[in-house]
Ligand binder design. Structure first.
Ligand SMILES: Cc1cc2nc3c(=O)[nH]c(=O)nc-3n(C[C@H](O)[C@H](O)[C@H](O)COP(=O)(O)OP(=O)(O)OC[C@H]3O[C@@H](n4cnc5c(N)ncnc54)[C@H](O)[C@@H]3O)c2cc1C
Length: 449
């Protein structure tokens, strides 16, 4: 069967769906086909919440209405090969789909656990697959002892959700001195760990799991110090690997150092004006150092998708590269980070100046629902430009970090941020006198002088 479209997109998740919608907005007359493997697509960032708050994978789906309303033709099939010369995508189901422009958005797969015994039953990684996650949920519901390998933000979210409304033991095993350490400075990690502990999650740091024990099914794990922990379920959350299988076998250049599709700042693959890649499968370059980065986020994937769509029929603008904005919530505590932490900035070689501020999220602080919010900003000592920021507090942290991200993307100085005019309201944010971002910037500005 031969099908034809002006734009063909392979992948139906954050990057693919965003690219399709952005194409439709920009080119109302073009025919757009989106090819994806799955009938229904999970919200990837919502996966941890299936295990507590949502209670089912079926409550965590990207609505197809978004695509239908934008007149995107969806083909549920696996793209098997791209013929670059004939400009055709061949699918497992025997379809040949001709394209004028092609966007590859095949995402990433979880890293397999490099631990003896990881093939045993009830040892899971985080697959974006409804049936797999339903089985995992059923086992989590039955389990008394759950061990989570990796205390990054996904591991921490899983731990919190697996504990929710259950009489079980949940333990995170993290190889670094703190959970969340790759994204946050120590004081924020410690705050998050305290919240996890208060909610009944046990944390073991500075340890790896060297063996998964049991017959057919897991029964325990052995730590690097020799201790054994009982485990009915093990959940591995140690990272992802870009899914470049299709691109690689179709002769598209894969950067061996990053195992991802090499793209330029317009999201074009090497040596082609007609093929683009975006999302987790495409190379990530640090905004700060210009070196490859291992930051795979939906926020980055969707930005790249919009850049790819913008440049399809002639270059419109270059992308930004990867800044890294992380947000998570554990219990009532939201913690978020953008750009470089103080530790990372110092490792890069910056001399840094720090500004910090704390305020209540509403004003006066006696208003119901008001809670303390802390902001830390990191500036370069030599020019006063902001490099990063971290926020902890209630849900307002999620948008405060986005303001900080905008400051970083616009290379704002401590002086400029300290005179930033914000909107405030007693029920919605901190007092204008104490507004955290401005006060933290003013503190840093004074230190810089
Ligand atoms: C548990 C979890 C929580 C997360 N939380 C956050 C968060 O809070 N914030 C954040 O910014 N990021 C978060 N992330 C990261 C984020 O989910 C990813 O960066 C994002 O999903 C990347 O989107 P993508 O479209 O590039 O890839 P994917 O989501 O991996 O999607 C790839 C798509 O391509 C399809 N596909 C692959 N190969 C083929 C083929 N040959 N033919 C047809 N279709 C194909 C797949 O079926 C899928 O539809 C989280 C990730 C996970 C796993």
């Amino acid at each position: 069967m031969l099908n034809r479209a002006d734009v063909v997109i392979i992948g139906g998740s954050a990057a693919g769906a965003t690219a399709a919608i952005s194409c439709r907005r920009r080119y109302p007359d073009k025919k757009v086909i989106l090819v994806r493997k799955e009938e229904q697509v999970l919200v990837p960032c919502g996966i941890p919440y299936i295990f507590g708050t949502l209670g089912s994978p079926m409550k965590n789906l990207i609505p197809d209405k978004l695509l239908h309303d934008n007149d995107i033709n969806v083909v549920v099939d696996t793209a098997q090969q791209i013929n670059k010369e004939r400009k055709v995508v061949h699918t497992d189901g025997g379809q040949d789909i001709e394209y004028d422009k092609l966007i590859i958005a095949t995402g990433a797969n979880p890293l397999a656990l490099p631990i003896p015994g990881s093939e045993k039953e009830n040892v899971f990684v985080i697959e974006k697959d409804i049936a797999y996650l339903q089985n995992m949920l059923d086992e989590v519901n039955k389990a008394k002892d759950i061990v989570i390998i990796g205390g990054g933000f996904i591991g921490a979210e899983f731990a919190d959700e697996c504990k929710k409304n259950r009489d079980n033991n949940v333990t995170i095993v993290e190889r670094l001195p703190h959970c969340l350490q790759l994204a946050f400075d120590d004081e924020f990690c410690i705050e998050a760990e305290k919240m996890l502990n208060d909610r009944g999650v046990k944390i073991i740091t500075n340890q790896t799991i060297v063996e998964i024990l049991g017959d057919k099914k897991v029964s325990a794990v052995r730590l690097s110090d020799g201790r054994e922990l009982r485990a009915d379920v093990v959940i591995g959350s140690i990272g992802v690997r870009p899914d470049v299988e299709l691109a690689e076998k179709s002769g598209i250049f894969i950067n061996p150092a990053t195992n991802s599709v090499e793209v330029d700042r317009y999201q074009r693959v090497i040596n082609s004006q007609d093929i683009f890649a975006c999302g987790d499968c495409a190379v990530k370059i640090s905004y700060f150092s210009g070196r490859p980065s291992k930051t795979w986020l939906a926020s980055v994937a969707t930005e790249e998708a919009r850049v790819a769509a913008a440049n399809l029929f002639g270059v419109c603008y270059a992308g930004f590269w990867t800044l890294g904005v992380f947000s998570t919530q554990i219990g009532e505590l939201a913690i978020c980070a953008a750009g470089l932490t103080e530790r990372q900035a110092n490792q890069e070689g910056y001399n840094t100046v720090i500004g910090s501020a704390k305020a209540t999220s509403k004003h006066p602080g006696s208003l119901p629902g008001s809670s303390p919010t802390s902001v830390k900003l990191v500036f370069s000592k030599c020019n006063g430009i902001i490099l990063g920021g971290e926020v902890s507090g209630d849900t307002c942290a999620g948008e405060l970090i986005n303001v900080i991200s905008a400051c970083i993307q616009n290379r704002m100085t401590a002086c400029a941020i300290s005179t930033f005019q914000m909107g405030t309201h007693p029920m919605l944010c901190a007092s204008p006198i104490a507004y955290e971002i401005v006060n933290a910037a003013e503190e840093a500005f004074i230190k810089l002088k």
